[in-house]
Ligand binder design. Structure first.
Ligand code: C2E
Ligand code: CA
Ligand code: CA
Ligand code: CA
Length: 274
């Protein structure tokens, strides 16, 4: 009979091994996915509230993994962050977007927004990547960096934020209102854009408490002269409410679902015809 202590330690070693193996295999999956171009760069149009012209797009990543099937970004992005692979992944997103740069209208006001994790903001890495992949290709488009408010504030390098501003890159706070440090972010980051989280958009006309929060975010943005974007607009009722209350830009299924970058020129042509 094996002593209990030995059984226990064998068991623990097994668990540790499994944990390491799954960790390693996830890193492997991501690296493999990048190397074999399993990730696709999609985009979703943003519209001017008033005349509904398209002002730009948000870049959204898709992963159709041939071994595991489609994996939603809400699943693989946090995992990539956890495995310190988020900078690698974002670099891929930026370079793939630049590779297809001709899908965007050659309009200096047309903006392209990337989601960037706070973990990419350290040590000037993000700026180096943007210089290398974006500015060296001379794209005419305005660049927006969307930083999610869920990320830890202490991860962000404020010198880098100032550097981004100096380069004319706009900074957006994503999912505004869902984190726990909204007000200190406003003062420290001086964002150009606030993206009202879709949970607040969906509260319009249905949830009294959260739609009050929506009103307060709008008032805050207006007082601070920050461009307001509402995400997750699905109904005319929401759109009308947001327009009436002075939100500048709308994004949501009501106007366009995310689409592959290659589908954008056709969408723009159809949209501006109607
Ligand atoms: P997000 O940045 O808040 O992006 C908006 C999400 O809302 C997208 O989900 C979009 O497809 C979805 N959406 C747009 N309009 C509507 C609508 O009318 N109704 C509803 N219910 N949803 C709408 P998606 O593409 O699944 O992305 C989820 C999250 O994954 C993103 O949330 C973002 O945080 C992250 N993500 C996606 N691509 C990237 C990326 O390239 N890099 C990083 N770091 N994060 C990414
Ligand atoms: Ca976003
Ligand atoms: Ca968002
Ligand atoms: Ca969100």
């Amino acid at each position: 009979q094996l002593p209990l202590a030995l059984i226990l330690s064998l068991l623990l070693a097994g668990i540790a091994w499994l944990a390491t193996a799954s960790r390693m295999s996830f890193s492997w999956e991501i690296n493999m996915g990048i190397a074999s171009r399993e990730f696709d760069v999609w985009c979703q149009p943003l519209l001017n509230t008033g005349d509904k012209t398209c002002t730009g797009v948000e870049i959204l990543l898709r992963w159709d993994n041939p071994r595991l099937g489609p994996i939603p970004p809400d699943v693989f992005i946090p995992l990539a962050e956890e495995h310190h692979l988020i900078a690698t992944l974002t670099r891929y997103v930026i370079s793939e977007t630049v590779r297809q740069i001709e899908v965007f209208p050659q309009d200096p006001h047309f903006h392209v927004g990337f989601n960037v994790a706070a973990g990419h903001f350290v040590d000037g890495v993000l700026l180096r990547d943007l210089n290398h992949y974006w500015f060296s290709a001379h794209p005419h488009q305005q660049l927006i960096v969307e930083l999610t408010e869920r990320d830890a504030l202490h991860d962000v390098d404020y010198r880098l934020i100032r550097e981004l501003h100096r380069k004319g890159i706009k900074l957006a706070i994503d999912d505004f209102g869902t984190g726990n440090s909204s007000f200190s972010w406003l003062e420290k980051l001086r964002p150009d854009v606030l993206k009202i989280d879709k949970s607040f958009t969906h509260a319009i006309g249905t949830d009294a408490v959260n739609s009050t929060v929506t009103d307060i975010i709008i008032a805050l943005g207006q007082r601070l002269k920050i461009v307001l974007v509402a995400e997750g607009v699905e109904t005319q009722e929401q759109a009308q409410y947001l327009e009436l209350h002075g939100v500048h830009i709308l994004q949501g299924y009501l106007y366009a679902r995310p689409m592959p970058l290659s589908a954008l020129p056709q969408w723009l042509a159809d949209h501006h015809q109607t």
